[in-house]
Each structure stands twice: as C-alpha cells, then as structure tokens.
Design a protein around this ligand. Sequence first.
Ligand SMILES: NC(=O)c1ccc[n+]([C@@H]2O[C@H](COP(=O)([O-])OP(=O)(O)OC[C@H]3O[C@@H](n4cnc5c(N)ncnc54)[C@H](O)[C@@H]3O)[C@@H](O)[C@H]2O)c1
Length: 424
Amino acid sequence: MKKVRVGVIGAYRGNQMIKYCKRAEHAELVAICDKLEGALAKQKELDEEGKITFYTDFDEFLKHDMDAVVLANYATEHAPFAIKALKAGKHVYSEVLPCQTMKEAVELIETIEETGLIYSYGENYCYMAAPYEMRKLYREGKIGEFEYGECEYIHNCENRWHSLTYGDKDHWRNNVYATFYCTHSVGPIIHITGLRPVSVVGFEGRKNERKTSGGAKTGQFGIEMIELENGGIIKSIHGDLYKNSIWYSIYGSKGRMESAREDAKLGLPATNIYVNADETPGAYGEEKIDAYLPVNDLSEVSKQYGHGGSDFYSMYNFIEKIKGDENADTIDIFEALDMFLPGMFAYRSILAGGITVEIPNLRNKEERDKWRNDTTCTDPKVAGDMLIPSFSLGNPDIPDAVYEKMAKMWDEECQGENDYVSNK
Ligand SMILES: NC(=O)c1ccc[n+]([C@@H]2O[C@H](COP(=O)([O-])OP(=O)(O)OC[C@H]3O[C@@H](n4cnc5c(N)ncnc54)[C@H](O)[C@@H]3O)[C@@H](O)[C@H]2O)c1
C-alpha cells in the first residue's frame, strides 16, 4: 500500500497529527516545520529512525517532496498558508479556523477550485463519539427534521494562559474577538444536520476581567444565535466561563438527542449520548430513553488520540480521501465556512449593536465579488483600513507588566529552556 507522505507545520497542536502519521499504516511523516528551534529540537529527539526532515522556514518546507501538508500554525494565518501549499501542489489539512477575513475566504475557495486538490478542515469535535453518533442517527431520520440545537465549548484556560501565549501581546489568542473561535461549538451541529447557516445575532461576555488579567483583549465568551436554512435555530456559546463544558443537544420534529454533560461523570466529554425519540410528543418521565456510549470499528484505535479520540478520525478521513475514498468523511471548505462564518458575522452583529446579520453563501460565485476585498479583522497587518477592535467597547488597555508576568511564568515552567512539546 502506497503511503501518503505528510508534512506538518506547527509542532505543538501539530504533535497530535505528527503522532498520527508516525503510527498510521496509510500515512508517513516526512517533514516538520516550526520557526521555534526549541519545538524542533524536541521533535528531533523523538525521530528515532531519522526519517524526518526539519525546517524552520515554511517556503523551504513546501519544496519537500510530499503529498500533503497539515497546517497547525497560528489560527489566524491558515488561509494564506493553505493557499501557498495548494499552489505548491499539496493537499491541505487545516486546523481551525479556516481564515481570518472574507477576502481570504474567497481566495482560498478559488484556489481549491483551481487546483482540484483536497482541502480538509480539522474540526475534530464533529468526530467525538456523541456528535458523530448524532450525525448518523439524524441522517437516518431518528428525530425528524432539525428545529433547535444548543452547543457549548467552554474551556477555562485561565491557569495556562502563559503557556498558550508565552507573554506575547501580539499572539493571536490575545487578539481575536469573542465569537472568533466558534467552530468547536457550531461545527458539530453543522456536520450533524448538513444545514447552512443563513443569519446570526451575536453577544459578547463583557465581564472580562479574567481574560484581561492574562493579556487577552477580548470578551469573556461569545454567543451566536444562528438561523439555519430550514428555519431551525442554534444557540452556540464558547469561551472562558469558570467550568469547562463540551455539550451538544438537538431537537427535531420527532425527538431529541444530546450528549452527556461533564457533570454526569460518564467519562470523556461528548462521548455518551441520550436519544429520546418516540411516538409521544411531550411526555414527562414515561418515554423510553436510549443512553449509551456509541462504538464503531475504529473506536478502539481512536482511543490513543486526543480530544476523546476525535483527533484520530479527522486525520484518518483526510488520508483516506487522498487515497481515493470518495466517502471519507472530511469537511470541505464550504462546510468549514458554515462552521466559522456564524462567529465572524456574530461579531459584526455585536459591533452594530446586536442586529441580525446575514451570513454570505460563498458557494454562489456571484456572491463572492462583494467580499473579495473585505479585509475586516483585528490584525493590523492584514486589515489595512478595515481594522476592528477585538472587544466591542474598545480594546482594553493592558499594561506591559501583564505580558511580562506571563512570559516569566512560561519561562519558569520551561526551566529556562524552550521545552515546548513536553510543557504544552
Ligand atoms: N482542533 C483542536 O482541538 C485544537 C486544539 C488546540 C489548538 N488548535 C489549533 O491549532 C493551531 C495551533 O495552536 P497551538 O495551540 O499549537 O498554538 P500556537 O498557535 O501558539 O502555535 C502555532 C505553532 O506554529 C508555529 N508557527 C507559526 N507560524 C509559523 C511560521 N510562519 N513558520 C513556522 N512555524 C510557525 C509556532 O512557532 C507554533 O509552534 C491553532 O490554529 C489552533 O486553533 C486546535
């Protein structure tokens, strides 16, 4: 069996995909790129067979003889890196998020169309056991047509902010708006239902002292109220509330399915599922509820990987797609944007005082021209004269001492070395 040759850029989150390629029978890891020498040093130590080539420069890395590239670089820089990789003839697996601006979204779509190569979006939460089972059951008609859904990705990173941002005031995590990182909550509902989001109203948690104390110039959490093409509604929340939660719940015309909450203590988040679907509408306590841990042929092998095994499936399907399996369950660029644009446009809603904002459908070529030059974002290097603040009330003024403290904590944790992989 010919193995797909893969290169990975970004050696922290990318470590999961590096691990996948080292173990998988259908893939082979041939190159790793990271501008941090410390991150590469760690990976070099782990390269016992000496088969991997290491790069610090992305353009040099792209010249390597390989079939596919995994982008685990900064979340705001995926689109330009994906475009370069596709133009260099490589299939692309992109970590979240797909792009930072509408201009990038249009360019990325058109590059994928021109090259004909595979673009696969790494929204791994779709493959957690419960939402993945919900997709199967929904497509079988178990709960009828989607009417309402709720999704939560609450991740309190307060205690590890220094190790995520290294005290860098320009790090993307310190500069994105509250509804930017919406994909882990919205994504699974989109993948379950296959419905396109058409409009959104956004909200931003404004009690953000616990964010600003670590250096993040943003709201505490983001909420998107999204209308789907069939009239169904999603409530999505994500951000840094005190207790973590990964949770999905959907109501259809014939029932409800949801994942178990953390507090049920049934193992990893979003693994166990409850299915409440029968012939009796309403009903308190009389209905038959199926509660179980879904398993499939790959569940056992997936357990070796992060995020409840979901890190396995997103890479497995990407490689299978490259190998020619048309049915491999990957997430293409349009579905990726259906998972991300609700967050982007929710922030436009927030900035406009909470109005309903339409979500563009870039599948329509005629809609693209309107957005082709839209560089609206929080990154001054990219936005030009379309720069927006990362907090709707204006960027908080954070003293340098906060970043110095974060940098010191990070340095102490690394004991003076940049022991990147082992410490993050
Ligand atoms: N899907 C998930 O569950 C999940 C979990 C964590 C992070 N992520 C995503 O993974 C990505 C990486 O996040 P992270 O947590 O590793 O932190 P990060 O964004 O700080 O790290 C990115 C890595 O890429 C390297 N890099 C960036 N630009 C580079 C360049 N031009 N050349 C060479 N190397 C470069 C950096 O040195 C760093 O090691 C982000 O997009 C994030 O959204 C996804």
